[in-house]
Design a protein around this ligand. Structure first.
Ligand code: TRP
Length: 344
């Protein structure tokens, strides 16, 4: 059966949003609205898999929702909400906890990286089960397209494994209920464009991250224009001029990163950027990049500030989004409960 196309994606409200979140996710959410019905979720239940101060969680939840809207997501035409308001996420995640295998979870590279050389025994059970909640987010809405960064590809594979195992294990029951045997879709990631992976401004081999100890390594969506310009001008580079072709960026991770950021911000390709700047030095390129970044980010930052000044308005569109999300989620759960054999 062909599933109705639907987009789902989510960002965790933990820490402050940076350029990596914007170029790798939020910016790419916007054009999808023209093609598909979209759900953009603030995944607060994922955030608490590691400790969050309750006040900080509330603030960050509203900030992510504000960023979606400031960047151009329409919360009326589509759905913007925070995960914990739609309790079916937790309900389906529990069922998926009983479908997914311990071995699948232990093989997740994100889990392995997070616990490498550390005491895995001290991590929360929720952190281990994180990917099964993510599968529930997506499959609750039978989403067919999920825009995510490279680092989330494995979680999407796991989502497909869970969908497939559910469809197989419960095959006879699904048929008995008169439902389509391919009950859950096998969801595809949507990974595209330059700078889907934005690197640290200090070290081109590391991802731009909220947990990097250096403030100079990342540009925040809420940074003032002069802070953005300073961070770009101080970004680590090599002594060479920019190459004229993409080939020449090989082995130059910092140059590759800054050119990728320029391309993503200006909606062009690295090729086009190098056609314009090839042969020029950093003294020319960095100020141009700083101007571009300020021009693109400042309108978003100021709209975020405007929205954050009235948190009740953010809560209102999230409540409205959650109500519409719940309708879709509950329709799925009605079937799932019957399929599994829960008596109602
Ligand atoms: N795991 C994703 C991240 O850290 C966030 C996320 C949670 C998500 N649920 C999702 C992304 C569902 C896409 C779809 O980036």
């Amino acid at each position: 059966m062909a599933f109705t196309p639907r987009v789902f994606s989510g960002i965790q409200p933990s820490g402050t949003l940076h350029l990596g979140n914007y170029l790798g996710a939020i910016k790419r959410f916007v054009p999808l609205q023209q093609q598909y019905p979209c759900l953009y979720c603030v995944v607060d239940m994922h955030a608490i898999t590691v400790w969050q101060e309750p006040d900080a969680l509330r603030h960050a939840t509203r900030e992510v929702a504000a960023a979606y809207v400031a960047a151009g997501v329409d919360p009326k035409a589509h759905i913007v909400y925070n995960q914990s308001r739609v309790i079916q996420h937790a309900e389906l995640a529990w069922i998926f906890n009983c479908v997914a295998r311990m071995g699948w979870m232990s093989r997740m590279t994100q889990w392995k990286d997070k616990t490498a050389g550390k005491n895995a025994e001290a991590e929360s059970l929720g952190l281990f089960a994180y990917p099964s909640l993510m599968a529930a987010d997506i499959l609750l809405y039978k989403a067919t397209h999920v825009p995510v960064g490279e680092d989330q590809k494995q979680h999407l594979e796991l989502t497909r494994d869970i969908a497939q195992k559910f469809n197989n294990d419960f095959g006879p029951s699904i048929r008995e209920q008169g439902l389509d045997p391919e009950f859950f879709p096998l969801t595809e990631p949507v990974i595209a464009g330059p700078a889907t992976r934005v690197m640290s401004l200090r070290d081109g081999s590391k991802k731009m991250s909220k947990s990097d100890p250096s403030d100079q390594s990342r540009i925040l969506l809420t940074d003032e224009p002069d802070a953005i310009a300073k961070k770009i001008k101080r970004a680590t580079t090599d002594p060479e001029a920019l190459p004229s072709e993409v080939e020449g960026l090989k082995g130059r991770p910092e140059a590759d990163n800054l050119v990728g950021i320029y391309a993503a911000l200006s909606d062009t390709t690295k090729d086009d950027v190098l056609k314009q700047f090839g042969g020029q030095g950093w003294g020319a390129f960095k100020p141009a990049l700083a101007d571009l970044a300020v021009a693109k980010l400042e309108p978003i930052a100021s709209e975020m500030r405007r929205l954050m000044a009235d948190p009740a308005s953010i809560d209102a569109f999230m409540a409205d989004g959650a109500e519409r999300a719940s309708e879709i989620a509950e329709a799925t759960m009605k079937d799932v409960r019957r399929i599994v054999g829960f008596v109602r």
